[in-house]
Each structure stands twice: as structure tokens, then as C-alpha cells.
Design a protein around this ligand. Structure first.
Ligand SMILES: [Cu+2]
Length: 660
């Protein structure tokens, strides 16, 4: 108990110091910006930004796309959260994307973004995002900027150390923050944690032709908390590194009980070795349930499949897959430099940044230079794997990105700064304050083999006085620093949406050249498509009404519909017949207890409408599409339940037949 109080005191002092530091820094912030900064971030009207920045939205469950250096918000991509703006997760086409083993889960907490790579370089195909709460991984197609696939992770809770990838996107990984009981015995007392709780790391293979994900295998691991991870690259390709905290295996008051040990671990996983064991049939097939949801740009629809099996490898019986490297005090970030030789662990409560050497790790493994076992997994000797320590770097190191020129940039939450240091000689070269309390940071390509080191971006946790007040909740604060010279220079504050955690950036042309402008109508395989106005119609089957509608500037076909009754379920399948860039049509109908649908050119989207009142129900186009957009509207007549009025529909019939 004495130790616990000591730690609480240390933490409280450190935090108090940080706030003192902050209050003196406020004044200097504005002075630090020179007049040249404005020009550096100015992107003239009609000009494009140089980089895309993919920023996790945290608890908004979405991903924000910003242009850099301007900081302009270009798009919010709905991923794990419904978006009324596009109808994502509301309409019939995309709702299956949010299906899970728990049913429909329309929210999650997206922490990390990871761009796909080939040969360790960002290739512009996909960006992955993790769902922290109900463990999921999403793949977003960067040709359409839409979520194409979501796979749920079984045997997992708190999917935090995710969705990091190997250097050819062979695998996306997902590690557990929360350990939980697995297998058949799940109804156990919480205080049997040490006996019954386990963590897992899932290796999800990615089909290189279409991006399709599949859980290749899971590793069953001790009940620690996996925090972050990064793959080896170059010489260390074939290995994956994870930071672990709570090696105390506490199940309550973790802020004290999981801060007891001087060292936790970086876990090194030899996934090529794991593949060998898998091939040799050493895996155990376990019955589980998880959803696998895929969206198709051909049918413009998502399907959800519940999968039933996963293959688990238990490294305690399989030598050579997993090793623990001691790492000072609750490591958070776990980053691998562009050469693949250096692994940086950042202990949130540590006074140094330890830098590990891959070569030394391999030597230590060969010599079995272990100090013992942790839950039957060999623990390497700290000094044998350590390349060196960065001394007095700052307070509360979190994450590190690299410039490819031999330097590392580490974020410090408590001392609220970015610290630049040299990887070879471990000396601190520069420090720049952040406003305030930086979490993650990002250099374009900064976790790849080929960084593009023009900027570092800070994603801060506290905003305070940086923007105009907006009530109790403030805009989240990101900051852009020029790192082209020896010293970092703060050149821009820009607000972000949601709570940004990790972000990645890439040169714009890697992505922009592949951007889809519209979908070809002749390739539309939606079962409810109407490929021209002649195919537009309304059909009744029992109480199901299917409206096969078309939209083109500036009318719907049909726009007068009668014969619908209370008790019917109406499906509006609207095909946008436009074949040009940037001409979406929207569709909304009065009283629908869902959202609008926003239909891209050549695409079909379906909105379900259950009428609950007798009368005339207007519908209209929501996306300003032409000078006569305001005329783009229609009516549906809803009659009482017992009505015998037959279905009729028309467009352009000024005097429809009189109905009784
Ligand atoms: Cu329109």
C-alpha cells in the first residue's frame, strides 16, 4: 500500500508540474509564430494541398481526411458510426456493415489509422481503422473513400493495439487491451483474473488483389494489456512488436496497481515462425462467433456473414514465437525506425526512452540470454537487447515517428512537447512545446521505410484557450510543425473532429490519381437498379412495396405514387442516372425514422419507409444538384389499411386519373 501511495504522489506531482509548465507557455505560443508561417500553410484558392492526412476520430467512430499544410477538412468517412449525412448505417445498403455478434452496433471508438504499404512504402490502396470497444477492424477503399469491409475480432476486448500492418500489408494485427476469460468457462469471478483471463493477438491476412480480410490465426497470451504495436521492416520483417502494460495483472484500480513494476514488456512476435506452426497443424480450431461485413461497389450493397471458427496458437507450447523484452514503466508507444533495426518503447511513467536493437535481440535469443519466464514465455535480458537510452528526454513519452534521416520525434504528454532526437547517438536535438498535452504525432510516412519529412503534426489532448470558446466542449486541437530544417517550427493550429488519436499522412498524388469519379451505370449490379427511366416502376408483393426510382437533374421517376396503405413497408430504391463527377442526388421522405440517402452517380441506394399516417407524403432531393433542384420532388399517397386502391405511379402526368 505504501508503494501505491508513493506512485500516486509521483503521478500527481508530475501532472501538477505539467500544468505549471503550460501556464507559462501560453504567452510564448503566439510570439513563436513568424509571418512566414502564414505563407507556408496558405493553399491558394483552386490549388490542392500537398498531403492527405487521415485522422482517427476517436469516440466519433469515424475518420477525418484533412489536407496539409492547410489543415482543411476534406471529408469525414463514416466507419463504425452511423452517418445521417450519407445514410451510412441507416440505409439498407450499408446497415449490414455495422452488424456484429452482438447484433447491430452503430458506434465505436476509432483510435488508429494505418495506410496500406508495399515494400514498406505507403501505396495508397487502403486505410485501416480499429474499433476499440466492440473489437473490429475496418478497411477503407481509398479509390472511393468509403468503408469497404469490417471484420469483428473474436476472443478480444478493447482492440487497442490495432490495426497496424506488415510491410507488404500481408497482415493487419489486432491486440487486446482488456484481457478476458475465453473458451467455455467465461462466467468466473473477476478476482480470478490471474488464473482465468487472457489476452490475444490476431493476425488478419489481407488478400492483395481485393483487400479482403481473413483471421489467419490468433495467439493466446498472458493477461497483460497490449497497448500499441508496430511491425518489423527490412531486416526485422517477419516480426511484430507490442507494448504491454499491467504485467502486474491487476483487475482493479489499475492507475495504482498496474504501475507497481519498474519494468513491463515489449512483446516480440515471430509471425513467420507462427505461420510454420500453423502449416504444421499446431493450431487449435475454436468455435467462436464473429461478423464479417463486406461492401461491394458492383452491387452497391453490403453483406454480413457470421463466421464460426478461429485457429488459436498457444505459444507456451510452441517455442520461438513469442519473447518478452523488459521495458521501463508502462510502455505506451512501440515504434520501429525506417531501417527496421531500432525498436523504441515509450514508458508513460519512465524517465528515459529505451531504444532496442533488433540485431541484439536476435543474438540474445540465439544465446538464450533469458532472465526467466513470464507465464511460460521467455523474458530476455534488458541490457542484452538494449541499444541505449535517451536520457532526460522529457516527461511522459508516448509515441515516436521518424524522418528517415536518422532522427526520431517523440511526443510527451506530461511535459507537453515534441522532442527530436538522434537515433544513433541518442542525443536530444530539439524540443517544441505543444498546446496542450500531445497524444499521438504523425510525420507523412513516419512509420514506413520511406518517410516524407516535411511536417510533423501534433494531435493534442487538451485545447483550453486555442480556439474561440464553443461552450463546455471545445474543438480538438492539432498543430502543424515544419521540420524541414534543424529546428521544429510551429506554423499552424487546426481543429479536428472527434478526438484524434493516431493519424497518418501521405503525398496527395499517391491517392488522388486513383480516385473514382462516378460509378458506371452499365456495371451497376444492384438487384433493385433501374438503368433508365423506362425501368422505373412500383411493385407490390403482399405488404412490401418496391419503388424502383431514378434520379436525374432535376426529377424523380416516378414522382407521383398511389396505392400505398398503412401497414405497408416501402422500399425506395433510387438509382442516380447521372454519369458525371460530383453530381450526387439525395432522397428524403417526410416522417421516415431513418436518414436521407445520398446517391452517387451510377449508384443505387435503398431507403426503407414505413408510413404511419394516412395522407400525402412529400419526398425530395436533398443535395443541391441544379438550378431547378428545388423542383426535384414528388408525392406518395398513403391510404388507410383496408384500402383497395391499386398501385399506380407516374411522372409528368398533370391530371392523374381521379381515384375515389
Ligand atoms: Cu437532385
Amino acid at each position: 500500500m505504501k508503494t501505491s501511495i508513493k506512485y500516486l504522489l509521483v503521478i500527481t506531482t508530475v501532472i501538477a508540474m505539467a500544468f505549471l509548465l503550460k501556464s507559462c507557455k501560453t504567452k510564448n505560443a503566439a510570439q513563436a509564430i513568424s509571418g512566414d508561417a502564414a505563407q507556408e500553410v496558405y493553399v491558394a484558392p483552386g490549388k490542392y494541398d500537398e498531403f492527405y492526412n487521415f485522422v482517427s476520430g476517436g469516440f466519433n467512430g469515424q475518420m477525418g481526411v484533412y489536407g496539409l499544410p492547410s489543415g482543411r477538412l476534406l471529408r469525414i468517412i463514416p466507419v463504425f458510426t452511423q452517418s445521417a449525412e450519407s445514410g451510412y448505417g441507416f440505409n439498407e445498403n450499408t446497415s449490414p456493415m455495422l452488424n456484429t455478434s452482438h447484433g447491430f452496433v452503430p458506434w465505436d471508438d476509432l483510435h488508429h489509422t494505418e495506410l496500406s504499404q508495399t515494400n514498406g512504402e505507403i501505396d495508397g490502396r487502403w486505410v485501416f481503422g480499429n474499433g476499440n470497444n466492440t473489437p473490429r477492424i475496418a478497411r477503407i477503399n481509398l479509390a472511393t473513400f468509403r468503408t469497404d469491409e469490417i471484420i469483428e475480432i473474436p476472443n478480444s476486448a478493447g482492440n487497442h493495439s490495432s490495426p497496424f500492418i506488415t510491410e507488404n500489408t500481408e497482415y493487419v494485427i489486432a491486440g487486446t487491451r482488456f484481457s478476458i476469460p475465453m473458451g467455455k468457462e467465461r462466467d468466473v469471478p473477476i478476482n480470478t483474473y490471474k488464473k482465468n483471463f487472457h489476452g490475444t493477438v490476431s493476425f488478419i491476412s489481407v488478400d492483395q488483389t481485393n483487400g479482403r480480410m481473413k483471421i489467419a490465426f490468433q495467439l493466446l497470451l498472458p493477461g497483460v494489456n497490449f497497448d500499441l504495436s508496430h511491425a518489423g521492416k527490412g531486416p526485422s520483417h517477419g516480426w511484430f512488436f507490442f507494448s504491454c502494460y499491467n504485467t502486474e495483472q491487476a483487475n482493479t484500480l489499475l492507475e495504482v496497481n498496474a504501475s507497481q513494476k519498474d519494468k513491463d514488456f515489449i512483446m516480440a512476435v515471430n509471425w513467420k515462425k507462427a505461420e510454420e506452426y500453423l502449416k504444421a497443424g499446431k493450431g487449435r480450431v475454436e468455435k467462436v462467433q464473429y461478423a464479417h461485413n463486406v461492401y461491394s461497389d458492383e452491387t452497391h450493397m453490403a453483406t454480413s456473414t457470421i463466421e464460426n471458427e478461429v485457429t488459436v496458437l498457444d505459444p507456451t507450447g510452441l517455442e520461438g514465437i513469442v519473447y518478452f523484452i523488459p521495458c521501463p514503466k508502462s510502455p505506451h508507444g512501440c515504434d520501429v525506425d525506417p531501417t527496421g533495426e531500432y525498436i523504441v518503447g515509450s514508458g508513460k511513467l519512465a524517465a528515459v526512452i529505451p531504444v532496442f536493437s533488433f540485431t541484439k535481440m536476435m543474438d540474445a535469443i540465439a544465446k538464450k540470454d533469458f532472465i526467466g519466464n513470464y507465464d511460460s514465455i521467455p523474458v530476455l535480458k534488458y541490457e542484452s537487447v538494449l541499444y541505449g537510452e535517451v536520457k532526460k528526454p522529457g516527461l511522459g513519452p508516448l509515441h515516436t515517428e521518424f524522418d528517415g534521416k536518422g532522427n526520431a520525434y517523440t511526443s510527451f504528454f506530461v511535459s507537453s512537447e515534441i522532442v527530436k532526437w538522434n537515433i544513433k547517438d541518442l542525443t536530444v536535438l530539439d524540443r517544441a512545446p505543444t498546446y496542450y498535452s500531445i497524444g499521438h504525432l504523425c510525420i507523412p510516412g513516419g512509420d514506413s521505410r520511406k518517410p516524407n519529412p516535411k511536417y510533423v503534426i501534433a494531435y493534442n489532448k487538451i485545447t483550453k484557450d486555442r480556439y474561440l470558446p464553443t461552450g463546455p466542449e471545445l474543438a480538438q486541437s492539432a498543430q502543424l510543425y515544419d521540420i524541414s530544417g534543424d529546428k521544429m517550427r510551429l506554423i499552424l493550429d487546426f481543429p479536428t473532429v472527434g478526438e484524434p488519436h493516431y493519424a497518418q499522412a501521405v503525398a496527395a498524388d499517391v491517392i488522388s490519381k486513383n480516385s473514382v469519379k462516378f460509378f458506371k451505370i452499365e456495371e451497376n449490379k444492384n438487384p433493385f437498379v433501374a438503368k433508365g427511366e423506362k425501368e422505373a416502376r412500383v411493385e407490390r408483393k403482399g405488404n412490401r412495396i418496391d419503388v424502383y426510382a431514378t434520379a436525374i437533374r432535376s426529377h424523380f421517376v416516378p414522382d407521383n405514387i398511389e396505392g400505398v396503405r398503412l401497414g405497408d413497408e416501402v422500399y425506395f430504391h433510387v438509382t442516380n442516372l447521372e454519369q458525371d463527377w460530383d453530381v450526387p442526388h439525395g432522397f428524403a421522405i417526410k416522417g421516415a425514422n431513418t436518414a436521407e440517402i445520398l446517391i452517387m452517380p451510377g449508384e443505387t441506394q435503398t431507403l426503407k419507409f414505413v408510413p404511419d399516417q394516412v395522407g400525402i407524403v412529400p419526398f425530395y432531393c436533398t443535395d443541391f444538384c441544379s438550378a431547378l433542384h428545388q423542383e426535384m420532388q414528388g408525392y406518395m399517397r398513403v391510404s388507410p389499411a383496408g384500402s383497395t386502391l391499386p398501385i399506380s405511379f407516374s411522372t409528368g402526368q398533370q391530371a392523374p386519373p381521379l381515384n375515389p
